[in-house]
Design a protein around this ligand. Structure first.
Ligand code: AHM
Ligand code: MG
Length: 344
């Protein structure tokens, strides 16, 4: 459920109106968002032209114009860095695609924020023309020196300290969903005027929906508790209709659907990878903040993910997130609490 808007409001106007609500705001956050939006517009354009440019899955080759082209995820990574490194708002960045911290070049000012991003989530879908997205997460630095480089401590903060998080989704249209901790707003990109327009204000997700999203090919690697949950959602003899399975293989696209229709997304740990596959800092934290802000729930099966204390910027964590009632139901199974069938 969301309030659909009729008025024409661009994202930049929306951000500056939000800024005016905070008397202490300096405008740095708004200007940083403006830089990020530029990068997202450029990535969106490149995703749309990927087939023409023949850059799907190709590195170090030339396009039809004889230009050097890069794989789309490398392009997205570099575009965000190039848009964000000189604005004076960040003291460092971290990307799923880059090993260490990304420093701000010597010649530019350092600011009070750090940015973490997954430049193109859903990498296995890039080559097959299926929805992909860019996820971002912003923290205020904890190290005090405003002129110095950001340090690992500035990044290793629990997700509940994010000052903003969101994603751009390159689907049938490009849209941007973001939160600053005061609700979730959605914007849709109109490429003909180059603007993101507000399309859903204060989005609230349904409390329950009978759909689940998980890579069920991993079934035999899971523990018995999780297998019993997946058996349960498919089994109408428990007195509910079988849940629908929806799995795109792009976490941000699955979450985008769930934010609007409800349901549960899971990437659990298994015998091979007890901490699952998804990255806490680049994927789980920002998506969890959006889910919570939209009235949903996000845990690792037991604990709220936004309260997890990260130890490594690239660490992974198991995740269960979506509609509150669905996630609570899955957690009960994970604890070993199984319902009995009505006919037993
Ligand atoms: P990526 O960041 O390299 O794209 O990997 C993360 C993606 C998620 O978007 C998606 O939910 C998951 O990997 C799919 O993994 P799997 O193929 O194991 O189901
Ligand atoms: Mg990813």
């Amino acid at each position: 459920m969301a309030f659909r808007v009729n008025k024409l409001v661009t994202i930049e106007r929306h951000i500056s109106e939000q800024q005016e609500l905070h008397s202490s705001a300096t405008g740095s956050f708004s200007r940083m968002m403006r830089d990020l939006l530029l990068a997202l517009r450029i990535i969106s354009r490149e995703v749309r032209r990927a087939g023409f440019n023949d850059i799907l899955g190709v590195t170090e080759s030339q396009n039809v114009h004889g230009e050097q082209v890069k794989k789309l995820d490398e392009f997205a990574n570099e575009t965000i860095i190039r848009a964000m490194d000189h604005g004076g708002h960040l003291c460092a960045m971290a990307s799923e695609e880059s090993e260490g911290l990304i420093e701000i070049p010597e010649e530019y000012e350092r600011g009070n924020y750090v940015l973490l991003f997954d430049p193109l989530d859903g990498s296995s879908n890039i080559d097959v023309n299926v929805t992909i997205g860019t996820i971002f997460s912003i923290f205020r630095r904890v190290t005090p020196d405003r002129v110095g480089n950001g340090h690992e401590d500035d990044f290793l903060q629990p997700g509940n300290r994010q000052v903003a998080a969101g994603y751009a989704l390159y689907g049938s249209s490009t849209c941007l969903v973001y939160t600053t901790g005061q609700g979730v707003n959605m914007f849709t990109y109109d490429p003909t005027v180059g603007e993101f327009f507000l399309t859903q204000e204060n989005l609230q997700m349904p409390d329950r929906h009978n759909s689940y999203s998980i890579n069920e090919g991993n079934y035999h690697k899971w523990n018995d508790e999780l297998r019993r949950y997946i058996d349960f959602v498919k089994d109408p003899s428990y007195g509910h209709a079988s849940y629908s399975l929806r799995y795109i293989g792009t976490a941000v696209a699955d979450i985008h659907r769930i934010l609007q229709h409800g349901g549960i997304f899971m990437y659990p740990g298994d015998k091979k990878n007890p901490n699952g596959k998804l990255r806490l800092m680049y994927e789980i934290n920002p998506l969890a903040l959006l889910i919570e802000q939209a009235g949903g729930r996000a845990t690792d099966g037991k604990n709220r993910v936004l309260d997890l204390n990260p130890e490594d910027i690239h660490q992974t964590a198991p995740v269960f997130m979506g509609s509150k009632a669905n996630v609570l139901e899955a957690e009960a199974f994970v604890r070993g609490e199984f319902p009995s069938r009505p006919d037993n």
